[in-house]
Design a protein around this ligand. Structure first.
Ligand code: URP
Ligand code: ZN
Ligand code: ZN
Ligand code: ZN
Length: 477
């Protein structure tokens, strides 16, 4: 199919909305046409998609996923095949996954492993950030090769001692290097050593249920680490991006830094906008008892709705103190995976699967009047593109851009979950979003001119997705 005309829709970009027909030729958007202009001259589209009454938006970019991540003695249950297919169902046409280097391993080897896992498997385009889980002379040297590899951002962890953890001295040295190279430092900001003490004390006193994961990972631990990361970034003049933020007080730290003109950015995730310590982490069920909450064990943890953390995330999105919403998609099944921590929350593999639902979940912010239509598009596609060196190719409906397009039906409806009549394509035996009813529906997903989803049917294939070599940006988004 070489020419597609998407007619009658409302094109929504981060800059605003307009009525226009969108013409796609092969992999690119080639024109925005006056609506209803049937006299296309010599052009006759091979395929016409009627988008009357619907939004035509850039495909979603999920800048934080963990396909096949080895973690907690097991491996994330979605790989690049199942995970990117689920993403496409939900209107996401690009992901940026984290290649992993751990202490004692070589960065080059971690990266090669990730290329091996994604190449020929992904249904949509994909890029990588590099996790540096062991900052030493060798990995600092290896950072110098990342830009040439098209990897312009890397992640450090102030949590998970013995696994991914970096101490302040290591962080300082990595940030100095990042400043020199122009890389963006992404930070898992939680005080891991202190959390591990609190977690051990809780477990030893018999408090072993998933709920206590949220108690051990107290908001003070996120606020403190966020502040420490900001000061190290300030000192080294290395731009900083705090990942998966959930604490109100940590967002206040980011807001404070931004008000002072510092290059600090914040990301939250759908789970921190909608799910809570009280309702989900503390849940009980007939099947699992109080272990039900394991479905929502992730880090940073779900926080108290009563304490106002969820509302603060929405507010951060409105004030642009938070610029990004990614999923931190890191799925584990209950059976044989989350179950590893049946007797001790510390052994539950951390993570929630949401790659399929981010576009829909954020659209509820439009429905509820919390964010505007253009802000929705900015959050799901445009800012991730600008932040991570993809803008122009991705993140916008305009001539010259890749034809990564979603036709979104605001009158449609999506029931999320693994239950009868519900939508769930991720490789998990449960959904963290079971029972969520969405106003809106992804009708069509197009990736570089190929229709992946239409009329409830899947037309994509593994291997269609290409590696995205990303450019350096100025990190002034
Ligand atoms: O719980 C989480 N977030 N799992 C994925 C690993 C990480 O820290 O991002
Ligand atoms: Zn993290
Ligand atoms: Zn993550
Ligand atoms: Zn529909």
């Amino acid at each position: 199919m070489s020419t597609i005309l998407i007619s009658g829709g409302t094109v929504v970009n981060a800059t605003g909305t307009m009525r226009a027909d969108v013409l796609v030729y092969e992999e690119k958007i080639v024109a925005l046409l006056e609506p209803g202009n049937s006299s296309l001259g010599a052009i006759t589209a091979d395929k016409v998609i009627d988008a009357t009454g619907k939004y035509v938006i850039p495909g979603g970019i999920d800048a934080h996923t963990h396909f096949s991540l080895p973690f907690g003695g097991t491996q994330a249950s979605d790989d690049f095949d199942t995970g990117t297919r689920a993403a496409a169902w939900g209107g996401t046409t690009s992901v940026i996954d984290f290649a992993v280097q751990k202490y004692g391993e070589r960065v080059e080897d971690g990266l090669a492993t990730w290329h091996g896992m994604a190449g020929g498997e992904a249904h949509i385009d994909y890029g990588f950030h590099q996790i540096i889980g062991g900052v030493d002379e060798e990995s600092l040297k290896a950072m110098e090769t990342l830009v040439d590899e098209g990897i312009t951002s890397y992640k450090l962890f102030m949590a998970y001692p013995g696994v991914f953890y970096s101490d302040d001295a290591q962080i300082l040295r990595a940030m100095q290097k990042a400043r020199e190279l122009g890389l963006l430092t992404m930070m898992h900001a939680e005080n891991g050593p202190a959390i591990d003490v609190l977690a051990a004390q809780l477990a030893e006193s018999g408090k072993t249920a998933p709920y206590y994961h949220g108690i051990a990972r107290a908001w003070q631990m996120e606020e403190e680490a966020t502040h420490r990361a900001i000061m190290l970034s300030d000192l080294t003049e290395a731009p900083l991006y705090i990942v998966h933020m959930s604490a109100k007080q940590a967002v206040e730290q980011v807001a404070w830094a931004r008000d002072k003109g510092k290059n600090v950015f914040g990301e939250t995730c759908p789970q921190y906008l909608y799910l809570s310590l009280e309702k989900q982490l503390g849940a009980k069920s007939a099947e699992w008892g109080d272990f039900e909450g394991a479905k929502w064990v992730c880090s940073t943890p779900l926080r108290s709705e009563e304490e106002g953390h969820l509302e603060a995330m929405w507010q951060g999105l409105r004030t642009n103190d938070l610029q990004m919403v990614s999923t931190d998609h890191c799925p584990f099944c209950m059976k044989d995976q989350k179950e590893l921590g049946r007797d001790d929350f510390r052994a539950i593999p951390n993570g929630i699967g949401s790659v399929e639902h981010r576009v829909d979940l954020l659209y509820q912010g439009v429905v509820d009047g919390r964010i505007s239509l253009p802000r929705w598009v900015e959050l799901i596609a445009t800012t991730p593109a600008r932040m991570f060196g993809l803008y122009g190719k991705k993140g916008v409906i305009q001539p010259g851009a890749d034809a990564d397009i979603v036709v979104y039906d605001p009158q449609g409806h999506t029931s999320i979950g693994v239950g009868e009549g519900r939508t769930h394509h991720m490789n998990m035996d449960h959904s963290a979003w079971e029972g969520f009813e969405i106003d809106g529906h992804v009708d069509v997903t197009i990736s570089r001119g190929r229709v992946l989803v239409e009329d409830g049917q899947y037309h994509g294939a593994k291997g269609h997705g290409q590696f995205l070599k990303r450019d350096l940006t100025q990190y002034l988004v």
